[in-house]
Design a protein. Structure first.
Length: 334
């Protein structure tokens, strides 16, 4: 008898829960460490400016490097249309990725880009296991996957789409994105000072001639070319500034668990952190996204099978730990 798609994820989830629980229990006698108890909400990881006014469409077709295509701003902002700048870079898209289905199933490729590269405001879907994507959509639909931060537009849209999409649409999108190879789009830079930024609705952009400011306890993840990113070009690149020393600290936490602070990431996500079976890859993904997920798990907002695995893993992490882990993990080749 053929097993349902969620079976593989569920079986691995049980193994991972047992593995993580045993590892955390083994480390419970370690020397006490600072925890997240005194940390405030990391608002910097959840940028949200609902009153931000984007420039109006001037009717002039836009272009991006190394593409013969052109689209207007209105087309680029249409959530039922996924701008395909580089059609030779990916296989044919299913309809749900290219155009969605009105009125509620937006085109997956519009927000996540046609090659699944995503951006700091959401997640890169390229290369994620098909069964994992299907399970996450089920968790959005059931309400198991919630968010600790504000109800940003990506959150609202994903919940609505998950509730409206058919099983066939979810499977088609999941199979498509799972077939794609992840791309390196982020350069992690350690710094004490960073460019001054502003929030453009759901992501940060550098303020022209705005000078610099101390980085403090945060990650500053910005598009290298804002226009290229807003045109939804999958080849858009990002710079992620992290506090000095973050990558080495994150490597220690990721590889050793930090004397009981957490457990080694490779135990579930594989030796290169590119995933094992239905367990997703985390290497090379958006730092902002990774911090949001760790915090959501810690606050028990993101539940479901993934939550059961991750809650004990992140329970003792401070905000500085999350920053360091994201810095190291995202610096790796996806």
């Amino acid at each position: 008898m053929k097993k349902p798609m969620g079976f593989a994820f569920g079986a691995l989830a049980v193994f991972a829960i047992v593995f993580c629980g045993a590892a955390m229990a083994q480390n419970s006698g370690s020397a006490s460490q600072p925890t997240a108890a005194s940390d405030s909400f990391p608002a910097w990881a959840y940028p949200w400016a609902p009153d931000f006014k984007a420039p109006l469409d001037d009717g002039i077709p836009r272009h991006v490097p190394d593409s013969a295509a052109s689209f207007t701003v209105t087309q680029e902002r249409d959530l039922f249309f996924a701008p395909d700048w580089h059609p030779d870079d990916h296989p044919p898209m299913p309809a749900v990725v290219a155009s969605g289905r009105k009125p509620e199933v937006r085109a997956c490729g519009s927000c996540h880009r046609v090659e699944g590269t995503g951006g700091p405001e959401n997640v890169a879907l390229a290369g994620l296991p098909e069964s994992y994507i299907i399970q996450q959509m089920a968790d959005y639909k059931s309400g198991a996957r919630k968010f600790a931060g504000p109800q940003r537009s990506p959150v609202v849209l994903m919940t609505a789409i998950a509730k409206a999409a058919t099983d066939a649409e979810v499977k088609a999108a999941a199979a498509y994105f799972a077939s794609l190879k992840p791309k390196q789009t982020i350069r992690v830079v350690e710094a004490d000072t960073v460019p001054v930024t502003q929030i453009a609705r759901v992501f940060y952009m550098t303020v022209k001639d705005g000078g610099t400011e101390p980085i403090g306890r945060r990650i500053v993840e910005v598009p290298v070319d804002v226009a290229q990113f807003e045109h939804r070009d999958p080849r858009a690149q990002f710079t992620a500034y992290v506090p000095t020393g973050s990558i080495a600290k994150g490597e220690t936490l990721a590889k050793t668990g930090g004397s009981g602070r957490t457990i080694a990431c490779a135990g579930c996500h594989g030796p290169t952190l590119r995933g094992i079976g239905a367990i997703p890859a985390i290497a090379g993904r958006s730092l902002s996204y990774l911090v949001r997920q760790m915090y959501d798990f810690q606050q028990h907002a993101r539940q479901g099978s993934a939550g059961e695995m991750m809650m004990p893993v992140v329970e003792k992490l401070s905000q500085d730990d999350m920053i360091a882990l994201a810095a190291y993990v995202s610096s790796l080749q996806p």
